[in-house]
Design a protein around this ligand. Structure first.
Ligand code: DC
Length: 211
């Protein structure tokens, strides 16, 4: 099983780099942030309070979430665009801090990797908690300004507002008790500020040659 773990804050380039790297290596790609977003989206759709940890955990036992190949479905209904919207982006913070949700999703991530012979897997706790023995553990980062500008280029909005929202989410992701965003032991930090996708891929490929 070949696992490449990519962690780091929003806008660091994890998804763009992860997808391209998976293609080059002939591996599948898993966006675990989309899994947390899908749980938050399901809660909103069902009228469950995202901050009610037990209610969200109960709901999760009863909902069918599929994340893969750039598409997300909840109980068979498409949610690919909705999970990137503002409502879900706000609701995902308490959902991602819910230890019951994290336990279920981590088990699913490990099962996904086992059934696909590994993969390029992106998130916040992938190298630190879910796959500490990954072949390569990366922590991608970039300056807050560049991260906000990338998000605005993707989903629109005002750079200052997006920067503030990202800073808020970073603080929450880094400060939570269960699976905080940290540089995993043995992770290589790659600062993508000022780097294009091909330059980042070249850095990663040279790291893989050395592993
Ligand atoms: O990468 P993203 O913005 O789509 O992630 C959505 C949220 O889920 C974000 O608050 C971080 C959280 N997340 C997490 O806690 N653990 C992961 N492995 C992936 C994402």
């Amino acid at each position: 099983m070949r696992v490449i773990a990519i962690d780091g804050p929003a806008g660091a380039g994890k998804s763009t780099v992860g997808r391209a790297l998976a293609e080059r290596l002939g591996l599948r790609y898993l966006d675990t942030g989309a899994m947390y977003r899908a749980v938050a989206c399901a809660a909103l759709r069902r009228g469950v309070d995202p901050g009610n940890a037990d209610a969200v955990a109960d709901m999760l036992a009863d909902v069918d979430i599929e994340v893969g190949d750039g598409r997300v479905t909840i109980d068979g209904a498409d949610a690919t665009a909705e999970i990137r919207g503002r409502a879900v982006t706000q609701a995902v913070t308490p959902v991602a801090a819910n230890p019951q949700v994290r336990a279920v999703l981590r088990a699913r991530q490990r099962a996904w990797a086992a059934s696909h012979g590994g993969g390029v897997i992106e998130g916040r706790d992938i190298g630190s908690v879910v796959f500490p023995d990954a072949e390569l553990k990366l922590f991608l980062t970039a300056s807050p300004r560049v991260r906000a500008e990338r998000r605005v280029a993707e989903v629109g909005g005002d750079v200052e507002e997006v920067a503030a929202a990202i800073a808020h989410r970073d603080a929450s992701d880094a400060g939570r008790h269960d699976g905080p965003m940290v540089e995993a032991s043995g992770a290589v930090v790659v600062d993508t500020t000022g780097l294009g996708i091909d330059q980042v891929l070249a850095v990663i490929e040279s790291l893989l040659e050395r592993t």
